[in-house]
Design a binder for this molecule. Sequence first.
Ligand code: KIV
Ligand code: ZN
Length: 525
Amino acid sequence: MNIMNCSCNKGSEQKSNRQIIIFDTTLRDGEQSPGASMNLPEKLEVAQALVDLGVDIIEAGFPIASPGDHESVQKVAQLVQGATVCGLARCVPADIDCAWDALRFAESPRIHIFLATSAIHRQHKLRMTQDEIIAKAVEGVKRGKQYCSNIEFSPEDASRTEIDFLCRVVEAVINVGATTINIPDTVGYTTPQEMFDRIAALMNRVPNIDQAILSVHCHNDLGMAVANALAGVAAGAGQIECTINGLGERAGNTALEEVVMAMRTRNDIYNVDTKINSQKLVPTSRLVSQITGLKVPRNKAIVGQNAFAHESGIHQDGVLKERTTYEIMSPESVGFTKSDLVLGKHSGRAALADRAKQLGYDLTTEQLVAVFTEFKKLADIKKEVFDEDIHSIIEQQIHAKKNALINSQWKYQSYKLISSGGAEKSTFQLKLLRNGQVESLEWTDGCGPIDMAFSVVQKMVGLPIKLKEFKVEAVSTGQDAQGEVVVLIEDQRKPGSSFRGRSVSIDIIEATIIAILSAIDRIDL
Ligand code: KIV
Ligand code: ZN
């Protein structure tokens, strides 16, 4: 059988929709994306957004990896109501005990235990025989089971594991109480047909498979993560592991927004439902992008800025006559808002509150006051304040403030640049507040304002830091657009380390300085 003629897909045999469990691993596999690390308040904010989005399970981290990971899994477990919280563990006692220690106060905990099963991993990484792997997997699941009834087992590199051996492993761990069996395509190697066949084989050949839920966890190395996850579902998988914006190791994981909207839009093929509130997809994607500093490409399916933009005249004409000529989903259904109203300096607080609500933010009165003050400042400089500007004010005022480290020593106050142009030296004067006291420094070395800004901050803060990446982008359109600056810095005492900072301002030099300071805040001093 193949993925196109599976009997469960035939329209004429309409079955009622199956419910697919959405397991989000943005905080674990997603956080493994280079440069995507989050601090504790940020992780808590993402966890709450995932609950509001309607995910069933949140993989909050890998507790044994570091004390910080343990603490964040514990805090997420204590915070989350209405979703299961999961922690990852290698198949060794110390990991499993540590995962449980972090999870034990969760309303609904799950321990996720993994052990590699493919020949490549057995021979080169683990140096274990098939029988030894089965014994170890069984021991691990038994240990987890002493703590928690909800145990997920992942045979790592399952997609490259001999199918007979995979069936034996799966049967053995279900026998000792594993309740979910996840099939990871760890290296992003499989294809949709192969994933379909693998899940179908497990469904048909493992005698106790009805006692567990099969799950798929696909990586995107060949750009097939979403297609592979969908193929797994078509063959009978009941859980999809995915991340917001497709974050994850290397090329990332199955993108939650894509796989959910594919199942919803092509319900005629898949006959499945999820609990996801699709109107929260764009706000959640924006939040994760803003927190991780990893931009969503404009042409990204579902949540990219161009996902619903019709450029060609023929398409525009068609959409105006009948939307469905060129649109398979409505922008509103995934949380894009449309507004003919442009705010400006005469707009009042009620108009701003209304706009913020339409953009997906529930602001408290206190937050609205702070946002309104910044809005007025911006509206004095800019003629028109666009939705993108409002997003950035809210993100700066609410999220960035909430997530800033309380022990941050340095705060930006002002800068002055006397640029003489040509061969003559410029002078850069920076004033920072150090624990509330003004300190200032004048600098004349460097080639251009960004280089000078970085050097003067580095000198004042007195840390051996290096600028690894610098990005600047207009937030909206027009020559008076605000600029968003994202920087990655390295603490040279920890070679290879990456600390991210971000800021938005009408003045990109100011934004650069604040972004560098916020990256410095993340260095564990
Ligand atoms: O990709 C993978 O194999 C994983 C496992 C830990 C499930 O992330
Ligand atoms: Zn993975």
